[in-house]
Design a protein around this ligand. Structure first.
Ligand SMILES: NC(=O)c1ccc[n+]([C@@H]2O[C@H](COP(=O)([O-])OP(=O)(O)OC[C@H]3O[C@@H](n4cnc5c(N)ncnc54)[C@H](OP(=O)(O)O)[C@@H]3O)[C@@H](O)[C@H]2O)c1
Length: 272
């Protein structure tokens, strides 16, 4: 039987690319997101090369998420590979963001990957009591993080903070699950996807990667045994600076606050 890969946010961008790259390697893809039409379009592409099942679920909401997990376990059992990819990147002044926006960003970007990893992993030494289903360990978990976890990114603070939490979760699990489940952390470069569309429309970004190329490279490197997948791009500089001199980096960010705000908040979205 083919290995299964569960990909969250498989209907667009990097998630779509990852689903297709895994399908090319023979995985049966379990694709989840909210937009059923987009997921079905991806499933149609996948079915030219492998097989797929689609699940329309808002993972940030407890009930649809619980129903989705139960259905996956009942129909397919735990996936061999869990790809935690779905995320939101709300941009804006922290004080203008709604309570709901804050809640959804942390839930989707941080809580959901933790819940999926936990609910698809058994207790040490045996089965997990999940709906009476005996759950073997997934062979791998891929966390799609971001360089926003490597240095503070004001005006996308919810994204930066939730991705930093995800990074720590992944690094802890790399230790806790060592020898049982492979945990791979991915830091994609700036990539052309719906998530970055608004910023690109402002024409302020010069260099941007292609989602299919990024996804193919992630899976190639995962297959080659890499458990931390990074890119050598401009974001290496602020990441390194923050690691070596965090106080200086914070000073610099404050000094450049106005430019930063202009760059990160889409035109027209800035309250006066
Ligand atoms: N693009 C970049 O430059 C970049 C750089 C570094 C890291 N990343 C990371 O790469 C990953 C993919 O992002 P992307 O750039 O490919 O953006 P994207 O195309 O907007 O992908 C986000 C996916 O998340 C899904 N999603 C959003 N809310 C959801 C919810 N409540 N429940 C279920 N699914 C939900 C969306 O599908 P539906 O709308 O159908 O729900 C969508 O397919 C993210 O983790 C992002 O942080 C991106």
């Amino acid at each position: 039987m083919a290995s299964t890969a569960l990909v969250t946010g498989a209907g667009s961008g990097i998630g779509r690319g990852l689903a297709l790259a895994l399908a090319r390697r023979g995985y049966h893809i379990l694709a989840v997101g909210r937009d059923l039409a987009r997921l079905q379009a991806v499933a149609h592409e996948i079915e030219q090369i492998s097989s797929a099942a689609v699940f329309s679920a808002d993972l940030a909401e407890a009930q649809p998420r619980a129903r989705f997990i139960e259905e996956v376990l009942e129909r397919f059992g735990p996936p061999d590979l869990l790809v935690n990819n779905a995320a939101l990147r709300p941009a804006g002044d922290f004080l203008t963001q709604s309570i709901e926006e804050i809640d959804r960003a942390f839930t989707l970007n941080l809580v959901v990957p933790a819940l999926l990893a936990r609910q698809l992993c058994p207790l040490p030494g045996g089965a997990a009591p999940l709906s009476g289903v005996t759950v073997p360990l997934p062979r791998g978990i891929l966390f799609v993080i971001s360089t926003a976890a490597r240095f503070p990114q004001p005006y996308t603070s919810l994204y930066s903070a939730s991705k930093s939490g995800l990074r720590m979760l992944g690094e802890c699990l790399q230790v806790e699950l060592a020898g049982r489940t492979r945990v791979c952390l991915v830091y994609p470069p700036l990539t052309a996807t719906p998530m970055t569309e608004q910023a690109r429309m402002g024409g302020r970004i010069l260099r941007i990667a292609n989602a299919a190329t990024v996804a193919e490279r992630i899976i190639t490197r995962y297959e080659a045994g890499q458990d931390e997948i990074t890119w050598r791009d401009w974001e290496v500089i602020p990441s390194l600076l923050y690691r070596l001199a965090p106080a200086f980096m914070r000073w610099l960010l404050k000094k450049r606050r106005a430019q930063l705000k202009n760059l990160l908040i889409p035109p027209g979205a800035q309250p006066e």
